[in-house]
Design a protein around this ligand. Structure first.
Ligand code: NAP
Ligand code: MG
Length: 559
C-alpha cells in the first residue's frame, strides 16, 4: 500500500489505487480457490483425517478452502509444542521479540489486498471493512511492540530501601506466563486473533490459535504471515476444528497458562468457568458480546446522528460486537430522526461485498440467516413494526447466499426480551423516550457494557460519559455512533458482561495482561559498594578532566 496508510479516518476517502489493488487481488484469488490448508503445529504442517469444507456466504457454490477438522489429540499436540518452545522464546531478548512482531506486522501490510479479498469472500465484509480488519491487525501488533519498547521491556528499577550495612537493588520485571491460548470469533477474525497474538508473543508467551470455524481460512493466512516472519518452531501453533470438541480440549488442558477469548457471552462464560478447573487461578482475558445503545437528545444534530447510527447499525450486517442495536430518541425529535434513518437505510447497497459499490454483504452462515427469519417473526408477533426491511433478500445472486435486509424496528415494547438480547444481525430497535434520564436508565439496563453513542449538546455529552456503563463511548460522531474503534485512538473493551479484564485491547495497559510481575531484590554487603566506588573514582575523574578525546576513542573501539 505504498504512499497510503489505511486508518479509520482515511477509510472514508480511499484513493483509486486502493480499489485497483483490491479488484486485482479478488480476481487472482477467485482463480485459485478450493486449496487445502494444514494446521501448523511445532512449525510443521499437520493434517487431520476429517476435513472442513469452507464455503462463501456470498455465494455458497464457491468452495473457498478445505481445512482440517482437528480433534482433541491435535489440541494437545499444539499445547505440548507451545510448552516445549516456551523456555527458549521467553528468554529471547525482548528487543528481538519486538523485532519479529514488527516484521510480522509489515508482512501483513504487504499482503493487505490479498488478505482483504479473502476476508470479504469468507466473512462477507465489504471491501473497506475487510481491508480495515487487516490493517487494524498490523496496527495492534505494532502497538504492543511499541508499548514494550516505551517501557524498556517492563524491567523497572524500584526504590532502594535504606538498610544499614547493606546495599539493596529492587527491580520489577514483568515476565510471560507460558502457553497462551487464543480463541477468536468470526466477525473480526484477523484483528481479534492478531491483537491478542501480538501482545502474547511480544510479552514472551508461546501461543496456540483456534479460529472460528466459519473463518478458519483467513486466520490460516494470518498464521502464514507469522510463519513467514520467522518465529521459531512451536512459538506459534495454529489448529482448526469445532469449538465443542477441539476448542473444549484446549480449554480443558491444564498445560495452558493463560487465555484470550473473544466471542459470545455464553461461550465465554462457559470457558471462564471451565478454565477455573485447575489447582490455581490462571489469567483469562474475555471480550464478549454487546447490546450497544445510541441516545439522541432533542439538541442533537439529527443528520450526524442518523448517519452515525446507520453506519453502526448495518456495518458488517450488524454483526459487530459494537453494532448500534438500540436507538433511544427524545420525543421532540423522534419523528424527524426516524424519517432520516429510514431514508438513509433504504439507500444502502446490498450485494457481493467484494464489489466497490456494496455496503452490505451477506450474514455469515445459514444459522444466522435462520435466526434473522425467526427474530423478525417474533418481532411482528410482539407488535413491533418494520420501518424498513424485515425480510431476507431473494432473486438472482441473493438466492445463492445469506442476504438479510437492513431492518429498523419501531413500537417494540421496552419490556420485550429483544431489547436486551444480542441478535447479532442487521436488526436495530428504535424507542421513544420522554427525557434523557429515561434513555440512560434503559441504556444501562442490560447485561452488557461494550460501546455506546450519544448525540446532543456538549454539556449533555459530559453527562453521558459520566453516566453510561460502557468501555468505549462516542459523542456526536457521524463516522459511527458506536462502532469504528481504531488502535492508537480508541482502545477497545467492555464493562459488565462485555469483558473481564477492565483494560481495553490496543490500549497502553493491555500488553501487561500477558505478563506476571516478579520483584527481584538483591542485597549486597555495603562494604562491597564502598570498595567498588573507590576503585571507580580515579578513572571517572580522569575521563571527566581530560575531556572526550581519549575516552571517546576507547568507547568507539569497543562498540
Ligand atoms: P462464538 O460462537 O462464541 O465463538 C467464538 C469462538 O469460540 C469460536 O472460535 C468458536 O469455535 C469457539 N468455541 C465455541 N465453543 C467452544 C468451546 N466449548 N470451547 C472453546 N472454544 C469454543 O462467537 P462468534 O459467533 O464467532 O462471534 C460473535 C460473538 O463475538 C458476538 O457475541 C460478539 O459480540 C462477540 N464479539 C466480541 C468482541 C469484543 O471485543 N468484545 C469482538 C467481536 C465479537 P467454532 O466456530 O468452531 O464454534
Ligand atoms: Mg464459511
Amino acid at each position: 500500500m505504498a504512499g497510503f496508510k489505511l486508518t479509520y479516518a482515511t477509510m472514508f476517502n480511499p484513493p483509486e489505487a486502493l480499489h485497483k489493488g483490491f479488484d486485482l487481488a479478488v480476481a487472482r484469488l477467485k482463480a485459485n480457490l478450493g486449496r487445502e490448508y494444514s494446521m501448523i503445529i511445532d512449525g510443521k504442517d499437520v493434517f487431520a483425517d476429517e476435513k472442513i469444507e469452507d464455503r462463501s456466504p456470498v455465494n455458497t457454490d464457491w468452495v473457498l478452502a478445505r481445512l482440517q477438522k482437528g480433534n482433541a489429540q491435535h489440541a494437545n499436540m499444539a499445547i505440548a509444542a507451545a510448552r516445549k518452545a516456551f523456555p527458549g522464546w521467553s528468554r529471547t531478548p525482548w528487543k528481538d521479540r519486538v523485532r519479529l512482531v514488527r516484521k510480522a506486522a509489515s508482512i501483513i501490510e504487504k499482503r493487505i489486498f490479498e488478505l482483504g479479498a479473502a476476508m470479504a469472500l469468507e466473512v462477507g465484509k465489504n471491501r473497506m471493512e475487510s481491508l480495515g480488519d487487516v490493517q487494524e491487525t498490523a496496527d495492534l501488533m505494532s502497538y504492543s511492540a511499541l508499548m514494550m519498547e516505551q517501557n524498556q521491556g517492563f524491567i523497572k528499577p524500584m526504590g532502594k530501601d535504606k538498610l544499614i550495612g547493606y546495599d539493596a537493588t529492587n527491580i520489577s520485571v514483568l515476565r510471560p506466563y507460558g502457553v497462551w491460548l487464543i480463541v477468536s470469533p468470526f466477525n473480526f477474525p484477523f484483528a481479534l486473533t492478531g491483537g491478542p497474538t501480538g501482545a502474547a508473543l511480544v510479552a514472551g508467551n508461546t501461543v496456540v490459535i483456534k479460529p472460528a470455524t466459519d473463518t478458519a481460512w483467513i486466520v490460516r493466512l494470518y498464521a502464514e504471515c507469522l510463519r513467514d516472519a520467522g518465529f521459531p518452531a512451536g512459538v506459534v501453533n495454529f489448529v482448526t476444528g469445532p469449538g465443542s470438541t477441539l476448542g473444549q480440549a484446549l480449554v480443558d488442558n491444564p498445560q495452558v497458562d493463560g487465555a484470550t477469548f473473544t466471542g459470545s457471552f455464553d461461550v465465554g462464560m462457559k470457558m471462564f468457568r471451565d478454565f477455573a478447573n485447575r489447582n490455581y487461578v490462571r489469567p483469562i482475558v474475555l471480550e464478549l458480546g454487546g447490546k450497544n445503545p445510541a441516545i439522541v437528545s432533542r439538541h442533537a444534530n439529527l443528520d450526524d446522528a442518523a448517519t452515525g447510527i446507520i453506519r453502526s447499525a448495518f456495518g458488517l450486517q450488524g454483526q459487530k460486537c459494537s453494532a448500534a442495536s438500540r436507538v433511544l430518541v427524545e420525543e421532540p425529535v423522534y419523528t424527524d430522526l426516524v424519517a432520516r434513518l429510514k431514508d438513509k437505510t433504504e439507500k444502502l447497497a446490498m450485494g457481493d461485498p467484494t464489489e466497490r459499490a456494496t455496503y452490505l454483504g451477506p450474514v455469515v452462515n445459514q444459522s444466522s440467516y435462520n435466526d434473522f427469519k425467526n427474530f423478525t417473526e417474533e418481532i411482528s408477533q410482539a407488535g413491533g413494526k418494520f420501518l424498513t426491511g424485515g425480510h431476507v433478500k431473494t432473486g438472482g445472486i441473493f438466492d445463492k447466499g445469506y442476504y438479510c435486509e437492513p431492518t429498523l424496528v419501531t413500537d417494540l415494547p421496552f419490556s420485550h426480551r429483544l431489547w436486551q438480547y444480542e441478535m447479532f444481525l442487521p436488526i436495530t430497535t428504535i424507542g421513544r423516550v420522554s427525557n434523557l434520564d429515561q434513555a440512560m436508565k434503559i441504556a444501562n439496563d442490560v447485561n452488557y457494557g461494550l460501546t455506546a453513542g450519544f448525540y446532543g449538546s456538549e454539556k449533555e455529552a459530559e453527562w453521558f460519559f459520566d453516566k453510561i456503563e460502557a468501555g468505549v463511548t462516542y459523542a456526536n460522531r457521524p463516522q459511527g455512533a458506536t462502532t469504528g474503534a481504531w488502535p492508537g485512538f480508541q482502545p477497545f473493551g467492555g464493562w459488565k458482561g462485555s469483558g473481564a479484564s477492565g483494560k481495553n485491547g490496543g490500549g497502553y495497559p493491555y500488553v501487561q495482561l500477558y505478563m506476571h510481575e516478579q520483584i527481584r531484590t538483591l542485597i549486597r554487603p555495603a562494604k562491597a559498594k564502598v570498595a567498588q566506588t573507590r576503585k571507580m573514582k580515579p578513572s571517572k575523574s580522569k575521563s571527566t578532566k581530560k575531556g572526550s578525546g581519549k575516552a571517546a576513542g576507547r568507547k568507539s573501539k569497543r562498540a
